[in-house]
Design a protein. Structure first.
Length: 257
């Protein structure tokens, strides 16, 4: 079989990074959580009235979500109203459906009648908005969570290890696997002073490869103080997310969406 030089270079890069990362094995525990992380009512987008045309549009979008096959990413829109459901790459099918139902119910309680709202769980992101946000990096709806327990010791050594892991995962997540097919997700592990450090990165599927990488790199720098010298941390945003822990939190190494 003949490969062009550009394809061959990509294949070499993928193989090299696969060797550098000890990818998470199928033996990891399957008892991953679906913890509620945060939500935000997008006040600037205003509220709608019961029985309004906006409510009818919103209900139609919600019906489309419920009728989906839950393969991980859904984008529905009517007029200027759109919604995104992005499930974590190991949380498709029933897990994705259940996370959506839970997220929607909580959003309706927390943000009643708001036109724009967003909510994050361990296994999914649900965002509803009236703005033209599709394919654009969300620089506003972001937050960082870190473990209260500090690592201590050589902070610079940890930073190098963490950065190398995240850089490699970002490269894997933003590498073309085939024509018009992107991973947008990668997970792996590395060693830090004899302990395994597990990591993952993921972008919403509407982003381009370039935008996905920009989102991950920009926020790793922006939230560096939150991410450094801890036993685990995560950045969570409207278009990308990344996380590292010293315990496994991904049920299986799903590298393709």
């Amino acid at each position: 079989m003949y490969f062009s030089s550009s394809v061959l270079k990509r294949l070499i890069l993928i193989n090299f990074l696969a060797i550098q990362l000890l990818l998470i094995s199928s033996e990891l525990p399957l008892n991953t959580t679906n913890e509620y992380l945060n939500h935000k009512c997008l006040v600037s987008e205003g509220k709608y009235k019961p029985g309004s045309e906006f409510e009818r549009h919103l209900n139609n979008i919600i019906k489309m979500f419920y009728s989906g096959s839950y393969r991980g990413f859904y984008l529905f829109g009517m007029n200027n109203d759109n919604a995104i459901l992005q499930c974590r790459a190991d949380s498709y099918g029933t897990k994705c459906h259940d996370c959506f139902a839970t997220a929607l119910a909580k959003l309706r309680r927390k943000c009643p009648w708001y036109k724009g709202m967003i909510i994050w769980y361990d296994q999914c992101l649900l965002a509803i908005t009236t703005t033209d946000a599709i394919g654009k990096i969300d620089y506003d709806n972001n937050f960082c969570m870190s473990n209260a327990k500090k690592l201590g010791g050589d902070k610079s050594a940890f930073t190098r290890t963490w950065k190398t892991l995240m850089d490699n995962l970002t490269t894997l997540a933003t590498t073309t696997k085939g024509k018009d097919t992107y991973t947008m997700f990668s997970a792996g592990e590395t060693l830090y002073k004899g302990d395994k450090m597990y990591g993952m990165v993921q972008c919403t599927y509407d982003l381009s490869l370039r935008a996905c990488k920009e989102c991950l790199v920009f926020n790793s720098v922006r939230f560096q103080d939150c991410l450094s010298d801890t036993r685990g941390a995560r950045f969570v945003g409207g278009t990308c997310t990344f996380r590292f822990e010293f315990y496994p939190f991904i049920s299986k190494p799903v590298l393709n969406i």
